[in-house]
Design a protein around this ligand. Sequence first.
Ligand SMILES: *[C@@H]1O[C@H](CO)[C@@H](O)[C@H](O)[C@H]1NC(C)=O
Ligand SMILES: *[C@@H]1O[C@H](CO)[C@@H](O)[C@H](O)[C@H]1NC(C)=O
Ligand SMILES: *[C@@H]1O[C@H](CO)[C@@H](O)[C@H](O)[C@H]1NC(C)=O
Length: 723
Amino acid sequence: MLRINILGLIVLFLFSLSSVRAAVTYDDKAIIINGNRRILISGSIHYPRSTPEMWPDIIQTAKNGGLDVIQTYVFWDGHEPSPGTYNFEGRFDIIKFIKLVQQAGLYVNLRIGPYACAEWNFGGFPVWLKYVPGIEFRTDNQPFKAAMQGFVEKIVSMMKSENLFEPQGGPIIMSQIENEYGPIEWEIGAPGKAYSAWAAKMAVGLDIGVPWIMCKQETAPDPMIDTCNGFYCEGFTPNKPYKPKMWTEVWSGWYTQFGGAIPYRPAEDLAFSVARFVQNNGSFFNYYMYHGGTNFGRTSGRFIATSYNFDAPLDEYGLPNEPKWSHLTNLHKAIKQCEPALVSSYPIVTWPGNNQEVHVFKSQSGACAAFLSNYDPTFAAKLTFQNMEYDLPPWSISILPDCKTEVYNTAKISFKGSKAKMTTVSSGFSWQSYTENTPSADDKDTLAMQNLWEQVNVTRDSSDYLWYLTQVEIASDEGFLKSGEWPLLTAMSAGHVLHVFINGRLSGTVYGSLDNPKLTYNGKVNLRAGINKISLLSVAVGLPNVGLHYETWNAGVLGPVTLSGLNEGTADLTKQTWTYKVGTKGESLKLDSIAGSSSVQWVEGSLLAKKTPLTWYKTRFDAPTGNDSLGIDMLGMTKGEIWINGESIGRHWPGYTVKGKCNDDCNYAGTFTETKCLTGCGQPSQRWYHVPRSWLKESGNMLVVFEEWGGDPSGISLVKRTA
Ligand SMILES: *[C@@H]1O[C@H](CO)[C@@H](O)[C@H](O)[C@H]1NC(C)=O
Ligand SMILES: *[C@@H]1O[C@H](CO)[C@@H](O)[C@H](O)[C@H]1NC(C)=O
Ligand SMILES: *[C@@H]1O[C@H](CO)[C@@H](O)[C@H](O)[C@H]1NC(C)=O
């Protein structure tokens, strides 16, 4: 008897322990944690876009900036590089990242997806998934659903076994399945509906004890919460009256593409959009991005720059992006002062004047908060509220947490300090070079086939580079040999860059852009009598991250390839024998690594190659003292990839200069779009490349740069970023 009683007591005790933490729930007003409705301020920080050594500082600065929640995607391609082989190390140590957020006292919104989009290579899908027989992405397709479920279950069970969901005492208060699926479902109809119903059911079946969201998806089935993404979301309403109004992506800026100008979003408009959302019943908002970071290695999506700065409140280097960071921090303080009124009442809205609006929240317990708005994009307003007069700049909102005192106005910036800047810390490196030859069809690791083959199918994305090699025999009686009218080579490519070599010499280069990745090379080629080697180096600059039918996406020289201006007229080279080589020679020799770099003969001094295609450069440098964030200024180089001590900094492409019109000092007032405020015209889209401190040793660091089409390394310098 006694024994049973003790057991009973233990069971009771355990039961009461677990019921201390209720599951996270929601109602029409807000997410409810431990019985309390909360106004939750959130920010996206993607763990692989910074280093584990940077995480604690970034998370702490986010907390100091007034955030309650950190949101991240889960990056499937990084975690499962080949089927069944997992990676949760280094920048992909998601468990460590989540635990650091927890230690800082913040919550997590885990967007498992597993589709991420995120301007990330292939939207976060592993490229091997494209080659699963019968697969069709993001639709009612058995092979796809099986793979997706396998990965989602893997992530959920990892989180559960580490007790990371809120009811287990962990920080995860919300999770996401799929991502921005609404537009796809709308486009493909019935199979899309069936797929999203399946995804919702599968997710709910995992029983994680916290709400699931589906962003940008009006049809999200219960109990999923549909949420809004955009520059403004005040007009959004969830699909059921009992769901809270949530904004999962407050776009804090926009991404930079190679060839594009650098977008920015004024802090006044960003704050205005958030205040507008909150005064209209919004109770959760997440900055996308709060820290954008860096697309290290080859992780960026098609034509996306290596920098993912995004004009986020924390810059790529982890430093406050002022005045944005301070201005939002003050906004968050003001909103938190209003929280008791916001979570317990609906606003009473009045219109005291033209373009003026007043929202008053009054709770039964006596809390009162008011938001005063002036929507006029040109004129300031004097607004009278409860017999007091308030000055509102154009396009702004004042926040009065006690319905009397203006503690904040979205257009009044109080930050007085200076912006972060780049300063050179060392330059004039002593460089060595090694120039590759174009490969030969007899080299080992080549593959000869009839016809032109799709690039990703051959490389499986193990490299950006694929060589297409063929040859043509020119008879000595060809007319052009006498007339000097060289034949015209035409090569059609699905993208993204094409370098044409004739008999080992670069004859021309063409490249596409994010909006137009396909390209056609059209150039006169200098052929001689006898055998001529045509070597096409096709370069993929990341794989697309958005769109339909991932299984059909192509890159590379798909043809036709023709040669015209011959005696016979035009010769079609498309169907002849082509020999393929994946990657550059330097990549196979691992010239970026200490061990690999000794496998070739480097030259220096007067022999140093300059403006020479297919050239590798190498130098050594000591780490600057101190702890400032570092970068490399790549001015003078054109296109390729950069490594430090064998770690890839990412693709560089300063040779792609921004054309078009910029607006370096754009007016914050008026509706923002991603093309409204642009800077950097006439300059490279990306000149500086982030070098994480933790990748450096005190001395003798090896910097390796691969140049595709020819640069001059003497302009490269190491810079520090300081506030
Ligand atoms: C806030 O929500 C309530 C309840 O759904 C609704 O009646 C009201 O119109 C909303 N107010 C605003 C300003 O969105
Ligand atoms: C992809 O490669 C395989 C051989 O590995 C080949 O059978 C197939 O036809 C290729 N598909 C395309 C679209 O090139
Ligand atoms: C850098 O070092 C200084 C002096 O040691 C310290 O005050 C500062 O907090 C450090 N900054 C970072 C980002 O670690």
